[in-house]
Structure formats: structure tokens, C-alpha cells
Design a protein around this ligand. Sequence first.
Ligand SMILES: Cc1cc2nc3c(=O)[nH]c(=O)nc-3n(C[C@H](O)[C@H](O)[C@H](O)COP(=O)(O)OP(=O)(O)OC[C@H]3O[C@@H](n4cnc5c(N)ncnc54)[C@H](O)[C@@H]3O)c2cc1C
Length: 554
Amino acid sequence: MPAKDRHPRSTTHLVQNQPPPLIGYNVFLEDRALVEALRREGAEWAADRAEAVGEIAGGEAIELGFAANANPPVLRTHDRYGHRIDQVDFHPAWHALMRISVAHELHALPWREPRAGAHVARAAMFSTLSQAEAGHGCPISMTHSSLPALRAQPEIAAEWEPKLMSLEYDAAFKPVADKSGAICGMAMTEKQGGSDVRENTTRAEPIGCGGPGGEYEITGHKWFCSAPMSDAFLILAKTGKGVSCFLLPRFLPDGTANTFLIQRLKDKLGNRSNASSEIEFDRSWARMVGEDGRGISTIIEMVNHTRLDCTIGSAAMMRQAVAQATHHCAHRAAFGDKLINQPLMQNVLADLAVESEAATISMMRLARAYDDSATDERWRSFARLTTAIVKYWVCKRTPAHVAEALECLGGNGYAEESGMPRLYREAPVNGVWEGSGNVMCLDVLRAIGRNPNGTEAFFDEVALAGGVDPRFDVFLERVRDGLNDVDGIEGRARRFVERLAIVFQASLLLRHGDPAVAEAYLATRVAGDRGHAFGTLPRHVEFRRIIDRARPNV
Ligand SMILES: Cc1cc2nc3c(=O)[nH]c(=O)nc-3n(C[C@H](O)[C@H](O)[C@H](O)COP(=O)(O)OP(=O)(O)OC[C@H]3O[C@@H](n4cnc5c(N)ncnc54)[C@H](O)[C@@H]3O)c2cc1C
């Protein structure tokens, strides 16, 4: 019997005017701003790899993402006989996503292949895959970011690096020596202080003489510890000399389990596929990484890389939001025409696309600075300052951006199966962790105050776009003047940092962006010709061109 005759009542259930799902497309190749940035920022050699990740992100990873989030991790504190086991069970989809990311080097590319463009290549791939599922990016990012910090203690790094850089994801709960690959987490935040880690109460007592590389017993707690099934964690604890950094593995050298008491998992707004836990240490075994009492400067190496990843992750969310919104509107009609042809919807879509492209272009430029930092102190200072600026702004823009994109899908956007609610719940997270908004702004002030080289490098970089557009030149002068207006600067830090971010994004768009996108950004974000909501671009903007550039060709 033909399919249409099998269900006689199907005439009451005609499905019309519903868009096809956005699946089976190459997430990387369809992201024109990202493809261009990969080439421009020195990672053309990785185009094939990014394309392979793009295929997965628009294919099998989509289902895996839904499954990993519909089946969140479950904590098992005890076995059936009452012994503590402190393990978290993840859905197979989570492990599959981890396997994909590790196999494609998202957890270690720049350390495995320290070549020009390695951070850029990784940024493009991380951005691409996290559009399908963002939660698993947390342990992938932490593993990647732990490696440079671990190198502060070369003998510990030498021991762990082969496993942390392995291309095999090994989820087994057993000593690292018996595993083909390892994952690393980070635990700094405590109940009484997260941003202010100097308030840590966790104590470290030396076993023997202690000191860098030495053994310690750690006693205390951590209020947030994501990915608690990682094989080891960089943690902060206090010695007699102050806050110090330690590597705390889940197993002791004799192969028995370290004391790692997972008290409960956080019931989180989003980021549901990932486990975030509260843990306690009771004379748990760890080794000191870096100098005694200088733990914050040791772990900051890790923190800066995770801040870069927060920026990449948020830019990825905006990109996915634009992909979904433009795709939906291209296929959905209302009031006699496709939404994508309706002038007011064009304004909304184009505005969202402009914001997304600005985020992409700035995070890729920032990734390049991490590549250049390896050999040039000036770029290191630039990266230090620019990370705080761009992380603040891109993460800050994401929740409003995603909410607006969700609305473009109408009621469908509010339904879980569209993927938009997950994106919406995930949108604030990068703004919170690894330095919340205010903390990032204060960090910018600190970096400017302490490191004139970074400030100079930043302004030299943005000035490369000077002389092309008077609106930009005037704005740049105002931003530069702001450096001298320090009265009450702490209370005005958000506005100050926002301008730094906008001048950076405008400069990049002017130099490298699509001209229509650059014009829209300049007219609105720089010259102020806009309202407060998305969708308030002025009439001269080339809406159609911007939308066509942003829309996945599916
Ligand atoms: C899903 C999730 C997973 C996490 N995973 C981890 C993890 O694996 N490891 C880990 O160590 N931590 C983790 N965290 C914790 C996270 O890093 C902290 O929540 C964050 O650093 C903020 O610290 P806090 O919660 O103590 O807030 P607070 O430090 O109390 O800050 C509260 C607010 O005050 C602002 N603020 C702070 N100081 C100032 C100031 N001087 N002036 C003005 N405003 C200020 C902050 O910007 C923030 O908005 C996770 C958090 C989340 C949400």
C-alpha cells in the first residue's frame, strides 16, 4: 500500500510550511567568516581537518548532543555495600562526543603540533564541534589548558603529557598508567570565594620536605569541580607560604583510589551533559606544581587558555543561533512571503549575523595571538589584555543574541527539539566561569595598569584600520583618550572595556570583514545609529547580502 494511503486520517495532519531540520551540512564550510579567518590567521594547513570536524558537527554529533543532554550524568557516591566509590556515570553519547573531540586533537593540538596557526586551527574546530554540543567542551578545554600550566613542573608534565595528549579517549576509572589517554580538570572555586581565590581555605601539608614537585596532603573542599571523572585536577590549596597549585590525581601511585569525595552534582541551568560537582578532600594526595605560594600565577596559565575557550564557545553559540535563525526564516512563510524576505525580519537576522561575525573574527584573531605568544613577549602581553577584553564582550553579548535568534523560530524555537532552548540555557555560562563579567573588566584595568606593552600592542593593532573610515578614527581617538581618564575608572570599567572590545572588532571588520558587515557594524556599534534591541539597523545596510553570507546553504 502506498505510504499516503496507510493512514486514512492523515489528511487532518498535513505538515506544511515547516522548515526541514538543519542537519547534514558542513558546519565549518558553511561558516564563511570562520573559513576566511582560518586562512587569514595562519592555519590554512588545517582546512581539511576543520572540514572533517564540520561534517561530524552537522551530522552524527547533532544526535549525540541531544542524547547526552537528555540523559545527564548520574553520581554514584557508594557501592551496594556502602563503600565510597565517587563515580559519575555518563551516557554513551557523552563518551562518543569526547572520543570525537580527542581524536581530532581539540584537547591538545597546539601542544602536540606546536606550529604557526595551531591555536587558530584548534579554535576553528572547537568552535565548529561545540555548535553541536557545548557541554563536553568543558573537559576538552580544561585538558588543553592544563598542559601549559603543568609545564611549570617539568617532571610532572613529562609524566602526564603523553596521556593527556593521547588521541585515544579512555573513560575507564583506573590508574593513568593503565590507560591509553587521560583528561584533566581544574578545581579552584570554594564556597566562600570563587573569583577571589585568595580566600581559599583548603590546606596543603607537605609529606616530607615538600616544595615544587613535592608530595602533599590536601584537606578541604571545592564548591565547583566540573568533569569530576577526569584523571587529575589542577587545584589550589594553601601552604605556609600562601596559595599554591597542585596536581591531584584520582589514583595514588600504588594504584588505589585517592580520596576524592564527590558530595553532589550541581543541578544546573544548562550545561547539562557535563557534570559539575562539589567535592571534599581529606588528606588527599597531590604534588605541587610551580613555586610554593605562587599558585595563582601558575594556574593563571591554565585560566587564560580556558578564557580563550569561553570566547570561542560563546562565538560558536552565536554562530549556531544565526545558522538556525536564518535557516528557519528561509523556509518559513508568514503573511504571504518567506520570513527571510520580510523587511523587519531581515533587519533582525542581519543584526544577529553582524554580531556573530564580529565575535568570530575577534576570537580567531585572539587565537592567533596565542600562537604568536610562543615566540614573542609582545604578543603574549597583547593576548593577556585582549583575552580579558574579548572574553568579557563576546560572552556578554551571547545571551541576548541567542534569545533573539530563538524568537526568530517563533514557537518552534521554544520547543526543546529545535535545540534553541539548550543553546539559550548554555548562553550565560561562559560569562560566569573563568572570570565573571565584572572580574574580567577589573582584569583589563589590572593588565593595562601593569603592562604598558600589552596596551601599546593592542592600540597598534587596532590602529592598523585607521585612515579608512572617519567614524572609526573618531571612535578610536575617544577610546584612546579614555586611557587617561582614570577618575572613578573601576565603577566605569564595563563601559570602558566595552569600547575597547568594539574598537577591536570594528578594526578587524574594517580590515578583513565582508564590507556590508563592516559597514553595518560601524554605523551601529561605532557611530551609534541604532536602537537598543537587535533588529534596529539603519536603512542603508545591505540586509540581504549579510543574511546570505550568514545562512547555511542547505
Ligand atoms: C557550570 C559551572 C561550572 C564550573 N566549573 C568549575 C570548575 O570546574 N572549577 C572551578 O574552580 N570553578 C568552576 N566554576 C565556578 C566558577 O568559576 C565561579 O562560579 C566563578 O569564578 C565566580 O565565582 P563565584 O561563584 O564565587 O562568584 P563571586 O566571586 O562571589 O562573584 C559574584 C559576582 O560578583 C562579581 N564580582 C566579584 N568581585 C567583584 C568586584 N571586586 N567588583 C565587582 N564585582 C565583583 C563577579 O563578577 C560575579 O558577577 C563553575 C561554575 C559554573 C557555573
